[in-house]
Design a protein around this ligand. Structure first.
Ligand code: ADP
Ligand code: MG
Length: 369
């Protein structure tokens, strides 16, 4: 059982930067856990603080229930893969993989066996005698992973493990990494700035901004119900529409409300916002429907500006009273620019955020379940 418990953690650099700023997190044993956020939000610092490579200024880190906040990196039972892999150029693959074991004075015969077994697990057979300079980027990345796995830590920490690979290889490596983590069942925390990667790989995602946690949830939760407009903006290949709106009617809990936005209105499940409240309305382009005829119920009217090809879908930008709203449509269903269209949505997909704080407004209690 090797969960990670982080309580009130802050890491402040000597120059005063609070790179991690009061964080509480619990990573469950065996979980594949993503730290996601824009560059500079403190992901690497958090990972290095868990590993003991940075000093926690406040708070505690527990691994496998043991308080390791002040423990040496080597005593924490963690294995880390650095963003640049940090392979030793003068050592061959076998020596690189078993270096942590050599430091621990494990016998050569055991090291050789470990190198062969780990190399097989990571599809590196036949490369054990090569130097890192004679390997492709993907192979180097797997050697770095192999070295971390061979050290038999309780916890695996990966800093942007796929970001140095080219786009095509990254997808392959992503699948490989997910399967490997599942097979090993080792508690893994990986850092990424790529929301698609976090959604694809993680059991749960912690979204960070400026050293703080903005949302913790499953990929589905952070995609479908971002807790605030920061997460709403950050998650999704096509950006979520975030529109100024005014609540027009809130009715009893199980009935629908209506929110006015540029070009008309959208339905919304009753929220804890009174009639007349100024809100930010969030709705993903994928959850909007485009029609050219009449639509019953709340809808928006506008004119098609452009359509962008996304492969099997197109993102259509519609001008609604001067506000551009994105709607995705199936391929070959794009209306021509200039077409008058009607946009509608299901109430369950329309999210209301507090205009000031950007926080998601909770549905009224009676609608829960
Ligand atoms: P991320 O990995 O999310 O890009 P980092 O953890 O590397 O973010 O950095 C978080 C913040 O801490 C940034 O503002 C960065 O400039 C600052 N920072 C990182 N390393 C140091 C350091 N060694 N000394 C001072 N500030 C640092
Ligand atoms: Mg980083």
């Amino acid at each position: 059982m090797a969960g990670i418990d982080i309580e009130g953690l802050a890491t402040v650099y000597p120059n005063g930067v609070r790179a991690v700023d009061g964080l509480d997190l619990h990573v469950v044993d065996g979980e594949f856990f993503a730290l996601l956020g824009p560059s500079g939000c403190g992901k690497t610092t958090l990972l290095r603080t868990i590993a003991g490579l940075e000093h926690a200024t406040e708070g505690t880190v527990r691994i496998d229930a043991a308080d390791v906040t002040r423990a040496e990196p080597g005593k924490r039972g963690v294995a880390m893969v650095f963003q640049d892999y940090a392979l030793f150029p003068h050592m061959n693959v076998s020596e690189n993989i078993t270096y942590p074991l050599k430091v621990r004075r494990v016998a050569l015969s055991t090291r050789t066996a470990t190198a062969e077994r780990t190399a097989a697990e990571l599809s590196l057979q036949g490369l054990l005698e090569r130097k890192p300079g004679q390997l492709s980027g993907g192979q180097q990345q797997r050697v770095a992973l192999a070295r971390a796995i061979a050290s038999e830590g309780k916890v695996l920490l990966l800093d942007e493990p796929l970001s140095n690979l080219d786009a095509r290889l990254r997808l392959e490596a992503r699948t490989f990494l997910k399967k490997l983590q599942r097979d090993l069942g080792i508690t893994t925390v990986f850092v990424t700035h790529d929301q698609a990667e976090a959604l694809a790989l993680a059991d749960r995602i912690a979204v960070m901004e400026s050293g703080k946690l903005r949302q913790l949830g499953s990929p589905r939760e952070v995609f479908a119900r971002p807790a605030n407009t920061f997460v709403a903006n950050f998650i999704g290949s096509t950006p979520m529409n975030l529109l100024p709106g005014t609540v027009a009617s809130t009715t009893s809990a199980d009935e629908l409300g209506v929110v006015l936005v540029a070009g008309g209105s959208l339905p919304a499940t009753a929220y804890s916002a009174p009639s007349g409240a100024e809100v930010t309305v969030g709705v993903r382009p994928e959850y909007l429907t485009l029609a050219t005829g009449d639509v019953s119920g709340p809808s928006l009217r506008g004119e098609v500006v452009v359509a962008e090809n996304l492969g099997t879908q197109s993102l259509v930008s519609v001008d609604c009273d001067g506000t551009l709203i994105g709607v995705t449509v199936p391929e070959e269903a794009e209306p021509e620019p200039g077409t008058r269209v009607v946009i509608s949505a299901s109430a369950s997909r329309v999210l209301l955020y507090d205009r000031e704080s950007g926080d998601l407004l909770a549905r009224q209690p009676a609608t829960v379940g």
